[in-house]
Ligand binder design. Structure first.
Ligand code: 173
Length: 317
């Protein structure tokens, strides 16, 4: 018994740095190793390398740990300290989060012009969290379909959605069905859904190319996948620990520049896999985009009448 105390005392004396290293538990709302977790996983590696002795992220993993639509609440209640999650998955706690997809300016600009600051305040207040990073501002969404349409009209079609696509699918006559990404394959395979919303990238990760016939043009909105840190956890860090996270954040946001080539490659890969594009020309595309932005802003402003207009003003569209 006595020897245990002696050993413990020796360890404490021998490695003071270890005692100061803070460990944060992190999850991703997207499956491990897939498109929208991968850059976050690179961020975790970087923080753990750069922050040695100061800060460490223990990455628990993807939706098997916490279901996607519960990740926001898990950060709020500090079930986890950090999460990689899209605002679309926590609109129940923060309706403004549905407006983040409508903000497509690079983060370097958003950090200068007050946009990041305002969105961070909203996260502080409503989600008890720090809005550390936002990724994929330059990656758009699409509607993918298994039934051919001859104009942009989803009448009679059941389309898998999250809050990202709900309003636009309804505005064009479709029937929205909400599911987590993990249920998309089965919904398509069984014909429960005739199509789905998803970014331009990532459909190969879970084998959806095998159950997808068409990708509709135009691309719309901006993907937003955020790194959130529970606010108490954030406040508990010292300056050096925060600097490791802030520096890694700027690096993570810079990875968006890789997406230009990735999107081009992905479109080619989809074509090679036999996925046909449905393109109704510039006039129909413009009408679709105008309506897509308008119905989405109206929906945000309706549910967040105090803050929604300010968000729209910052988005500038
Ligand atoms: O389609 C979705 O599940 C969704 O809303 C989303 C958001 C960001 C990245 C990928 C998917």
């Amino acid at each position: 018994m006595r020897s245990i105390f002696i050993v413990a005392a020796l360890i404490a004396v021998a490695s003071p740095a270890a005692a100061e290293e803070v460990a944060l538990r992190a999850v991703s709302a997207f499956a491990e190793g897939t498109e929208f977790s991968r850059n976050f996983e690179r961020f975790v590696e970087k923080v753990n390398a750069d922050g040695k002795g100061l800060i460490k992220i223990n990455y628990i993993g993807g939706p098997r740990a916490v279901p996607p639509f519960e990740v926001g609440n898990a950060v709020r209640t500090r079930v986890v300290d950090m999460a990689n999650v899209t605002g679309a998955f926590y609109t129940n706690l923060m309706p403004e989060a549905d407006g983040l997809k409508l903000i497509g300016k690079p983060m370097s600009e958003q950090r200068k012009n007050g946009t990041w600051d305002y969105i961070n305040q909203l996260h502080n207040q409503k989600l008890g969290s720090q809005y550390l990073a936002r990724q994929f501002h330059n990656v758009p969404f699409h509607i993918y379909l298994n039934k051919k349409i001859d104009k942009i009209d989803f009448s009679g079609l059941k389309i898998r959605v999250t809050p990202v696509y709900r309003d636009v699918v309804e505005a064009f006559g479709g029937t929205p069905i909400t599911t987590a990404p993990g249920e998309v394959y089965t919904a398509l395979e069984r014909g429960v859904a005739d199509g789905y919303g998803w970014p331009v990238t990532g459909i190969f990760d879970l084998g959806w190319d095998k159950v997808t016939k068409f990708r509709m043009e135009p691309p719309f909105y901006s993907v937003e996948v955020n790194v959130l840190v529970n606010l108490d956890a954030w406040k508990g860090l010292n300056d050096a620990q925060r600097k490791v996270l802030n520096d890694a954040t700027l690096w993570l946001e810079g990875l968006d520049s890789e997406k230009v080539a990735a999107i081009k490659a992905e479109r080619e890969r989809q074509a090679a896999a036999g996925i046909q594009t449905l393109d109704f020309g510039p006039a129909a595309s413009k009408a679709f985009l105008d309506r897509a932005y308008e119905v989405a802003w109206q929906s945000v402003i309706k549910r967040a009448p105090e803050t929604g207009p300010k968000l729209r003003q910052l988005a500038g569209n």
